[in-house]
Design a protein around this ligand. Sequence first.
Ligand SMILES: Cc1cc2nc3c(=O)[nH]c(=O)nc-3n(C[C@H](O)[C@H](O)[C@H](O)COP(=O)(O)OP(=O)(O)OC[C@H]3O[C@@H](n4cnc5c(N)ncnc54)[C@H](O)[C@@H]3O)c2cc1C
Length: 383
Amino acid sequence: MTVHNVCIIGSGPAGYTAAIYLGRAGLHPVVVTGALAPGGQLVNTTEVENYPGFPEGILGPDLMDAMRAQAERFGAEFIPEDVTSVESVPSGETGEGSSPLTRLTLDSGDVLDTRAVIVATGSSYRKLDVPGEEEYSGHGVSYCATCDGFFFKDKPIVVVGGGDSAFEEALYLTRFGSSVTLIHRRDEFRASAIMVERARANDKLTLLTNTVVTAIHGGTADTETSAPTATGSAASGLKLDLGGRTISLNKPQGQQSLSLGPTPNTGANNLLGGISLPAAAPAAGNVMSIDIRNTATGTTGTLDTSAVFVAIGHSPATAFLGDIVEKDADGYVIVDGASTRTSRPGIFAAGDCVDRVYRQAISAAGMGCRAALDAQEYLSTLA
Ligand SMILES: Cc1cc2nc3c(=O)[nH]c(=O)nc-3n(C[C@H](O)[C@H](O)[C@H](O)COP(=O)(O)OP(=O)(O)OC[C@H]3O[C@@H](n4cnc5c(N)ncnc54)[C@H](O)[C@@H]3O)c2cc1C
């Protein structure tokens, strides 16, 4: 059976960069690309404007195709499958005096034995799972403020989430948006007190608690003018314009009044106290509004917005590793300091499956480079 020098699991910026370096070092890397998403997360996006070297920006799929072609040029081999498990090859099977091997099992049942492994399987954004989210992903629905905030200059923006990341994203987005509304399903935040204080002190930021997003609607400029809007009197419903952010309110049947008051525990504006709203029709184009529901009262409403940034966490794609390397409580692979060495000699990890902080294509690519150099150094000690 062929024993490979190094197998790379994952074909995002981290995996392809590692393949370029290892290919150029003459180590003939094998990249198991993933069956469903070869190219990684950037394949699902449009313009990438912050990857160095492309002054006019580049389409995500084009960037990933170029990285793959570059790795291919230096002799990388690609297998379009998923790795389903990773285990150590028992020393009895490797022959006396041979270097320790790791065995990757693929979803086809094939196995790859290799001296070194680089895990670069990324992470996936947790989704809201509401109607319109998929449809308008990349057209106003985003999971990355650093990546997409710039596109929403002077537009109303919504951020969903209640942790530190959501607050960081919301505060960052106030640089761009005409307004930012942070929507959280509870009346208390997981975010640190200082982040909440900063948010409260920011005039552009509104905290909307006890509220969930139930649908995302969009349209084109043409449909925007003809889209249904709720206007009228306090008796039937109101349309409020709050600094470029429009909130439409309908009085539920049998209810005497609309109420807008502070949420007792947090002091955040609870804009949905006792109101409900009609749903807007989904259409092609960009995000225009969201449906929201108050989790305490059940009342519903709509909020006009151009963007919905979902910041409710990430799931690193590391379950298939089992216990072969140490992971933290959320499943991120733990590496040794600034290196990419995992708890298992010969297994390295890079990119978003390790990094819960930066999560950028360039930071993943940089870590892929480090993993390649670490693996190269490891392989040189085996000879
Ligand atoms: C919509 C969107 C837009 C973004 N825009 C930008 C931007 O403009 N600029 C920017 O810098 N960043 C952007 N990002 C973030 C960026 O895409 C990520 O930080 C980067 O892709 C992480 O790279 P990675 O190599 O660690 O992992 P990923 O790109 O997630 O790649 C992981 C790879 O591992 C594979 N894989 C997973 N499990 C297995 C398995 N068991 N076996 C084999 N393969 C497996 C997957 O198929 C995939 O190919 C965006 C992200 C999204 C979702």
